[in-house]
Design a protein around this ligand. Structure first.
Ligand SMILES: Nc1ncnc2c1ncn2[C@@H]1O[C@H](COP(=O)(O)OP(=O)(O)OP(=O)(O)O)[C@@H](O)[C@H]1O
Ligand SMILES: [Mg+2]
Length: 504
């Protein structure tokens, strides 16, 4: 079949740094084509060139056999090319409906009056197709990251699309939303829409895609039919070597209780949460989007106000009223939303890494530039953060590399307890393993690690115990040996509780 999009020998440099080298890529109608590669390989850049966000230095782009040179994403949209971007483009103070129709407000041609009513109705319709119940009049800033993502997806689906580019659409979603999204994708595919699917989740690639193209360091490492390839081959194409075990083994003596939480409540969000974590233990936290997982730990960390509950660190009760108290008690927190909470995008990689570590770095209140640089370089090496140098602004890094900076920033303060909220979201398979190794090292040093994650394989592969949250309550705490995808999902959807009550 004739490709609908054909990109040939595309090259691109950013201030002398070549990030795409003679890349060729094509998609045919009715296929889901995976675009994979390590963080910083150039996936988003290639798609931004296709849609006119960036200009190319070299190469040719044909859409429907015609050479194009879009100057603006709107030009691409006119040809039926829509994008769901990796960075969410939601405007916080606008409503859901206003965000959906941003830039293409429906107007009555004669009067120019916005048809708010139609916009609302359409918004509802498109969200419902994705199984999402959201009030179109709600302000976007009150939405969770996952809900914002669903609005972005609905927005792209609202357009008459022939080519849909999805840049890590599932990174912020949990299983149930992903399932609906996949149904919609298959529907579009059967209607002949061509989909470019960027994701670091291998399971999704094998489940959904027909072909895969891998980028390595800005070059094309090859295109394969999914049914003719396997995980090992894809990883080799991505990183140039075999990966070995996905989840590195942890040999850690689990020690004394490090953190105990009793009756923690925050009305409307969650109630009566009890759990404990020991030295060297990794507690995984699973649950559906909106179950209250992040809220529990934001409250524990003092970023939200609790109504009741007691917190003990190493057997001693601690009073936590704000994040400063939490840090003093030895608690570190890697937040899920790197954009608004985790990073200062305008500052350099070095500054971001050293910000929470000022005390360790300063002598008599003066920060040693040498120590700061040494620490930053150490983290950049250890976490394999792909940046030209430590003084580059964080916002010029690829998504996954920004995530590594967030983690590095907290690891440096030597916390007793480290809470990681979706630590590997958007991180490539090799870097994921590096993050797992860091988690294992921290555990070996006696840190109690809490890992909130929507990726079940990761929760299962990394946790000693798994706490499942359902509608603001601890539905179940499972030991590693008894946990599997089924019983986690059952507890996460409220199935376990029902079975229990019925039995009584
Ligand atoms: N606007 C920019 N200015 C300077 N460098 C940039 C810019 N955008 C991207 N880069 C660099 O280009 C390279 C490719 O980045 P890109 O975002 O395309 O990677 P990616 O494959 O999408 O990675 P990820 O999986 O982390 O999202 C990276 O080294 C990145 O730092
Ligand atoms: Mg990207």
């Amino acid at each position: 079949m004739e490709p609908i999009v054909r990109m040939t020998n595309i090259s691109k440099s950013f201030s002398g740094n070549q990030v795409l080298k003679q890349v060729s890529f094509e998609i045919v109608p009715g296929e889901i084509h995976a675009l994979m590669g390590e963080n910083g390989a150039g996936k988003s850049t290639l798609m931004k060139i296709l849609t006119g966000i960036y200009s190319r230095d070299e190469g040719d782009i044909q859409v429907n056999g015609r050479s194009v040179d879009y100057k603006d994403p709107k030009d691409a949209e006119k040809d039926g090319i829509s994008v769901i971007h990796q960075e969410l483009n939601i405007i916080p103070h606008l409503t859901v409906a206003e965000n959906m129709f941003l830039g293409k407000e429906i107007s009555i041609s004669k009067t120019g009056i916005l048809k708010t009513k139609i916009m609302r109705r359409e918004t509802k319709k498109h969200l419902e197709r994705l199984g999402v119940q959201l009030n179109p009049d709600k302000n976007a800033e009150s939405l969770s990251v996952g809900q914002q993502q669903m609005v972005e997806i609905a927005k792209a689906l609202a357009a008459e699309t022939k080519v849909l580019i999805m840049d890590e659409p599932t990174a912020a979603l949990t299983d149930r939303e992903i399932e609906t999204l996949f149904k919609v994708m298959n529907e579009l595919k059967s209607q002949g829409v061509a989909i470019v699917y960027i994701s670091h989740r291998m399971e999704e690639i094998f489940q959904m895609c027909d072909r895969i193209t891998v980028l390595r360091d800005g070059s094309c490492a090859g295109t394969e039919n999914i049914k003719d390839t396997d995980l090992d081959q894809i990883v080799r194409m991505m990183v140039g070597r075999a990966l070995g075990e996905r989840f590195p083994e942890r040999r850690v003596e689990i020690g004394e209780e490090r953190l105990r939480v009793e009756g923690l409540s925050n009305p409307g969000l969650f109630e009566d949460v009890h759990f404990s974590v020991k030295q060297g233990e990794v507690l995984g936290v699973a649950g559906l989007m909106g179950a209250g997982r992040s809220e529990i730990f934001e409250t524990l960390f003092g970023a939200r106000r609790k109504s009741s509950g007691r917190i003990f660190v190493d057997g001693k009760e601690v009073k936590i009223k704000n994040p400063y108290d939490a840090k003093k008690a030895g608690i570190g927190f890697v937040t899920e939303d790197r954009k608004s909470e985790g990073l200062v995008l305008e500052l350099s990689v070095k500054k971001n890494l050293s910000l929470p570590n000022l005390k360790t770095l300063s002598n008599w209140g003066v920060i040693s530039a040498k120590a700061e640089k040494a620490m930053a370089d150490d983290f950049i090496n250890k976490l394999r953060i792909k940046t030209h140098h430590a003084d580059l602004q964080v916002k010029s890094l690829s998504g996954g590399n920004q995530q590594k900076v967030v983690i590095g920033k907290w690891v440096g303060i030597n916390p007793k307890i480290l809470i990681l909220d979706e630590p590997t979201r958007g991180v490539d398979i090799g870097a994921k393993k590096e993050i797992y190794q860091i988690i294992n090292e921290l555990a070996a040093q006696g840190v109690a690690v809490i890992m909130i994650s929507s990726e079940l394989p990761e929760v299962l592969g990394m946790s000693d115990r798994i706490m499942v949250i359902h509608e603001g309550k601890v539905a179940r705490i499972l030991d590693k040996d008894e946990a599997n995808q089924e019983n986690i999902m059952q507890a996460a959807t409220g199935g376990y509780r029902c079975v229990e009550t019925m039995g009584q």
